[in-house]
Design a protein around this ligand. Sequence first.
Ligand SMILES: [Zn+2]
Length: 362
Amino acid sequence: MSTPLTSETIRSAPKVLLHDHLDGGLRPQTVIDLAEASGYRGLSTTDAGELGIWFRDNANSGSLVRYLEGFAHTCGVMQDEAALVRVAAEAVEDLALDGVVYAEVRYAPELFTERGLTLEQIVEAVQEGFRVGVDRVAQTGRRIRIGTLLCAMRQNEGWLRIAELAVRYRDLGVVGFDIAGPEAGFPPTRGLDTFEYLRQQNAHFTIHAGEAFGLPSIWEAIQHCGAERLGHGVRIVDDIKVSGDGTVQLGRLASYVRDRRIPLEMCPTSNLQTGAATSIAEHPIGLLAKLRFRVTVNTDNRLMSYCTLSSEFERLVETFGYGWTDLQWFTVNAMKSAFIGFDERLSIINELIKPGYASFTS
Ligand SMILES: [Zn+2]
């Protein structure tokens, strides 16, 4: 007999997260503590409950300016090494509590240099925090593996420098590179030298593409830059025609993405907040999963979206009627698409994911 899908059972299932921003996942109390310790004055309240709701409402407001204000606060309190260690360690603990067994957590080092930290100090502090977090989780008898992605900001110069940093730290926990920030006006082809460098180094990268902006952004990311995965990739549906009688026709780009098994790092709740989708039911993830694209489910910003990977799974279960087999499929998709080595991916699939889901269906 199959175990019922509840918040609790979904939380206890092994899950894999590929798209999660470090500066979008702080605990509200930590934001308050760090603001106090560093003399940061921008917060509207010192009550953790109220602050959590403020972050969510702000992100829900539909205004990008207000959405970004949330990140001004989190980045504002992440400007020294102790703060970075704490935030990174807590992120690992929170993910493990949510049942995540492998996560790739990303951030843009250049956002934490306001008080004089060097990029290297920032990367080392975050790695130290991840180590501390993994140790704490191990003490509770759980197992979690964290890979780091370093982001360059699309609107800034210096992408190559961040790519070089990712390569320099690849044996110390950094598993890949990404570009984040506004899509419109800042196409990934602005940094072709960066992506060529990464390919020459046999390094991995994903690109935020096709969230707010359409197909050209996805096409450039894959065909000009060589992205292995797409951050969001929601707009790939613009290249899929569904007729009244249910016949589906894929355009050449959508076919390519599906045929090549290019992973889509989909973040349903975050997409509702930024207007990339109007409701979970209308979210392209339903169609894309049905058409067997390599769909993965992600949180994007746990603080701003007031979500966990389990709560995203729960929303999908409620909306699309998914069962354990579907949740296992999303999870295996994500693990197959991770930037760590094949051996390690396989061992997590065989030792944690498959037995975990088997226990719910037998
Ligand atoms: Zn993102």
